[in-house]
Ligand binder design. Structure first.
Ligand SMILES: Cc1cc2nc3c(=O)[nH]c(=O)nc-3n(C[C@H](O)[C@H](O)[C@H](O)COP(=O)(O)OP(=O)(O)OC[C@H]3O[C@@H](n4cnc5c(N)ncnc54)[C@H](O)[C@@H]3O)c2cc1C
Length: 264
């Protein structure tokens, strides 16, 4: 790990000003993804700007028909939140499946969303729930946010401050985890918004994606057996030592069936 300057701003505006003044600086939230990257010398930031001193980023609140969760809220806090458990229990369940206790106690929603790991869990929830990512300067629909492998619509000096989750009629998340890390080999979030069905898949491709075929089937018939007709071409899916592309394609239907069953 190379030397860096450490900063602990007390406001989002101060963090943004630091980022603007230092082109090679990086934000630090829970450090559960960034610190391993630094240890492997895969990034050499000149400065680390810790968000830990910005209390306003730790709020969870219900705002009409949505839950707003601050960027610095840990996975464990989402998992245990009475508001999340009451209004979007699938999101509380999902947060409880991330990594292990240490990762859940340090890792944050904002860090996970900004990192955009293709096997991370939250991106599937954001996409399927039709969430909105609030930054220091704008709001970005989840549909426009995850642009590629570890790539998002964020500008270099932009800070995620919160995520707005619409409260669905019903939703569930099912994942087939990597045995050690618990990252998703395949994770499927199924959401019935009350107006339409949205299905997002993580872990299977280079980035999280919506599954139009399964959405169409469930729009017509929200039932486990209807998914006998589901299919996913393996051509653009990941294949590795853990699972071939064909196996991941199979797992998508299996996880979708489990998620629908959990909704009923
Ligand atoms: C052993 C292990 C197992 C894991 N298992 C899982 C798993 O099963 N599922 C899963 O989803 N994840 C898993 N993770 C990843 C974990 O969820 C991380 O917490 C998450 O990916 C990053 O959050 P963080 O707060 O630690 O971010 P950090 O590591 O601090 O930052 C990550 C990146 O986001 C940027 N960033 C941080 N905060 C912001 C912000 N507010 N605005 C803009 N940019 C920001 C940083 O500059 C950095 O580039 C695992 C990690 C480990 C180490």
């Amino acid at each position: 790990m190379k030397d860096f300057q450490f900063h602990r701003p007390s406001s989002v505006a101060e963090a943004v000003a630091l980022l603007k003044a230092r082109p090679d600086a990086k934000l630090l939230s829970g450090g559960q993804s960034l610190i391993p990257v630094l240890k492997l010398d895969l990034a050499e930031p000149s400065d680390l700007i810790s968000l830990a001193g910005i209390g306003e980023l730790r709020d969870i609140r219900v705002d009409g028909d949505r839950i707003v969760i601050g960027a610095l809220v840990t996975h464990d806090a989402v998992h245990r939140s009475p508001e999340v458990q009451q209004h979007i229990p699938a999101l509380a369940t999902l947060a409880g499946t991330i990594g292990d206790a240490q990762v859940r106690n340090r890792g944050t929603l904002g860090g996970s969303v900004a990192h955009a790991d293709p096997a991370a869990d939250y991106p599937a929830a954001l996409l399927a729930l039709g969430a909105t990512i609030a930054t220091d300067r704008r709001k970005i629909a989840a549909d426009d946010f995850f642009t590629g492998l570890f790539e998002t619509a964020l500008e270099r000096d932009e800070v995620v401050v919160a995520v707005h989750f619409p409260i669905p009629k019903r939703a569930a998340y099912a994942k087939f985890s990597h045995r050690a890390s618990k990252y998703a080999l395949v994770g499927v979030m199924v959401v019935d918004t009350g107006h339409n069905v949205r299905v997002a898949v993580t872990g299977a491709g280079p980035k999280v994606f919506r599954h139009a075929n399964i959405e169409g089937i469930l729009e017509r018939d929200f039932a486990v057996d209807a998914l006998a007709a589901a299919s996913t071409p393996p051509d653009e899916l990941n294949g590795d030592l853990e699972a071939s592309a064909e196996y991941r394609a199979h797992l998508i239907t299996v996880m979708a069936r489990r998620a629908v069953q959990a909704c009923l």
